[in-house]
Ligand binder design. Structure first.
Ligand code: GDP
Length: 285
């Protein structure tokens, strides 16, 4: 499920400051990430490994409930993944096209596709924009009104993979949403991973459950990403994380056991999510 060699990342980062120092000076680290590595330890942990930050507030006997070290990349891997997401002449990151039906989707030669689904207003456009912050020319529209994204939007990340932004479901979703999303999820052969976004403030809602059932029914490998984690108190976030984790542990088959909390405002969890995407699409092997 995860590329070999992606082990014991965070421990190394926090227990061996020399690793940090070496990495921040390395030529293989982008300037942006080198600056990130210079943050004070606690801020750095919060930014790179938000789930570990949550874990600190959990009683020791409850900690095994959180599967937070299944994907635990080293800082070097995180730096490599950031490079995959950095637009350069040799690594063009672009919006490709939009489609309302699968037969209108671009015939992509790149084998790996990752798609993002979630309720309208869950923070999907904001998250995709944050993931593409190292490619500032990519235009991701962030809606002011719910129900803004009505088409599937395709973005290519160099020769590495394609990101598909699916229309939001729920309130004011397009009528043909079910057809469009269901058909896509069922038929797209090169779909590597589906990222299902859940608002961490309100937790799993009815429409989220429908999407989860759909992923389970089609036996898709999917991942739950918890959005807007900057909006809650630590206590509330911890409660939501535990509830959703319990749900994943007991009620799902195809869901990756580790949750990915993120904030598009503070960027917490964004580097780790980039790294996970780079890993599942085979770009860190
Ligand atoms: P979409 O409909 O799923 O694409 O959602 P948007 O990305 O347009 O976000 C919906 C609203 O939530 C907007 O007002 C965003 O500014 C806000 N939002 C999105 N992500 C975050 C986040 O991480 N933190 C906070 N505080 N607000 C967010």
């Amino acid at each position: 499920m995860v590329a070999p060699g992606l082990r014991l990342g965070a421990e190394r980062l926090f227990e061996m400051p020399a690793v940090l120092e070496r990495l921040s000076r390395s030529n293989s680290t982008s300037q942006a990430f080198a600056e990130v590595l210079r943050l004070p330890k606690q801020q750095l942990r919060k930014l790179l490994y938000p789930l570990q930050e949550v874990e600190r507030f959990l009683a020791p006997d409850r900690r095994q409930d959180l599967h937070l070290r299944i994907f635990d990349p080293s800082p070097e891997d995180i730096a490599r993944a950031d490079k995959v997401f950095t637009a350069t002449k040799g690594n063009r990151i672009d919006y490709v096209s939009s489609a309302v039906r699968i037969d209108h989707a671009p015939d992509l030669f790149r084998p790996e596709v990752v798609c993002f689904i979630g309720r309208s207003n869950v923070g999907k456009s904001s998250l995709i924009k944050a993931l593409f912050s190292l490619a500032p020319e990519v235009e991701v529209r962030v809606s002011k009104k719910p129900g803004h994204t009505k088409k599937m939007n395709f973005f290519k990340v160099g020769k590495h993979f394609t990101v598909v932004d699916m229309p939001g479901y729920g309130y004011r979703a397009p009528e043909d949403f079910v057809d469009m999303v269901e058909t896509y999820l069922k038929e797209r052969r090169n779909l590597k991973r589906t990222f299902l976004l859940v608002d961490s403030v309100v937790g799993i809602q009815k429409t989220d459950n429908i999407a989860i059932e759909m992923c389970e029914e089609f036996a898709l490998p999917y991942v739950i990403v918890l959005t807007k984690i900057d909006k809650s108190s630590k206590g509330h976030l911890l409660k939501q994380v535990l509830q959703i984790q319990k749900f994943v542990n007991t009620k799902t088959q195809g869901c990756f056991p580790q949750l990915f909390p993120v904030s598009a405002v503070t960027f917490s969890g964004i580097h780790l999510l980039r790294c996970f995407i780079a890993s599942v699409t085979g770009n860190l092997d």
